[in-house]
Ligand binder design. Structure first.
Ligand SMILES: Nc1nc2c(ncn2[C@@H]2O[C@H](COP(=O)(O)OP(=O)(O)OP(=O)(O)O)[C@@H](O)[C@H]2O)c(=O)[nH]1
Length: 301
């Protein structure tokens, strides 16, 4: 039986090189955008591609993906950190532009990363002729040692996109599990976002005291034009953790509820009714490192 491969990927590069277009192409209709409001202290999840054999979780690298004055923001340490926390970095540079100082800056940073796989995508291959493409590939070959793979691709013409996906999958670890269950990311992005908000509130309010092995299950979710009704369970591994999350006279759980409600309200701009339960389920997932990998790093708080 084959083992599931899964991991985190970020797509980096100067503005306008085609990062969003590539991501949309890869994710297709499966895109599940979680708004910025839902994710304040860690990498944003931009989209997830789930297949029986693998799951690719694309995360935002703040300042590299969307910023106009990209280099300034790239310098900020959270962008640097987020590059460390992924398994694969896809660096994009367009076939029709010269290698600029911004590229060189990112290249220099990439060259220092030994713990991630790096793929160079020479993008927009469709807009230059073969001769120019050859010259461009040649130009980039100076930097080939930095990369584990170089792929010439076009998102709009669907050139080498499958090859890119295959390459990414090849670089991912065999984890044997998905990070996100498929149901929650395909047709129910709201459920996904709410779950993330609650999880974040739990970790902010009780993260120091409970190991980061907390799972959130949305038991009920009803949405009308005016309001959202949510019933959710916070799953912990041990009884003692349940006590910590509930807190003295229910103080902590009520803080968690208040914070979650506020954020869900902001996100959807509707009234929110939220019921939270804390349940113990031993060894629900025996992997604190997995949680850390998903960005719940207490060092960030
Ligand atoms: N011809 C061609 N155009 C492309 C391709 N990929 C992207 N583009 C175009 O390039 C422009 C920029 O693409 P985006 O995907 O927005 O680039 P980005 O890197 O996400 O840009 P920022 O959000 O500013 O960082 C758009 O006009 C796209 O249509 C491609 O493969 N071929």
């Amino acid at each position: 039986m084959s083992t599931i491969k899964s991991g985190f990927i970020s797509i980096v590069g100067r503005p306008n090189v085609g990062k969003s277009t590539l991501l949309n192409k890869i994710i297709g209709h499966k895109i599940s955008i979680v708004t910025n409001k839902a994710q304040t202290t860690r990498n944003n999840i931009r989209g997830i591609l789930t297949e029986p054999e693998y799951q690719l979780v694309f995360v935002d690298t703040p300042g590299i993906h969307t910023s106009k004055n990209q280099i300034d923001r790239f310098m900020n340490s959270s962008a640097m950190r987020s590059m460390k926390e992924v398994d694969v970095v896809v660096f994009m540079a367009p076939a029709d532009e010269t290698i600029g100082k911004n590229d060189l800056f990112i290249l220099n940073e990439l060259s220092k990363k030994t713990d991630v796989k790096k793929i160079l995508v020479i993008s927009k291959a469709d807009i230059v002729n073969k001769e120019k493409l050859f010259l461009k590939a040649n130009e980039w070959s100076t930097y080939q040692d930095i990369f584990d793979e170089i792929i010439i691709a076009s998102s709009t013409e669907n050139i080498n996109i499958d090859k890119l996906i295959e390459t990414i999958v090849g670089f991912l670890p065999e984890t044997g599990h998905y990070f996100y269950d498929e149901e929650s990311i395909t047709d129910q992005p709201n459920r996904f976002a709410i779950r993330e908000i609650i999880r974040e509130s739990v970790l902010l309010k009780a993260g120091q005291e409970v190991p980061h092995a907390v799972a959130i299950l949305i038991d009920e979710l009803e949405e009308t034009d005016e309001e959202i009704n949510v019933v959710a369970s916070i799953i912990v591994e041990r009884k003692s953790q349940k006590g910590i999350i509930i807190g003295k006279q229910g103080k902590k759980i009520s803080d968690i509820k208040y914070k979650s409600k506020k954020q869900i309200k902001e996100l959807f701009d509707k009234n929110v009714n939220l019921e939270l339960f804390v349940k113990v389920q031993e060894n629900w997932r025996n992997s604190a490192s997995l949680i850390k990998k998903m960005g719940y790093d207490k060092d960030k708080y």
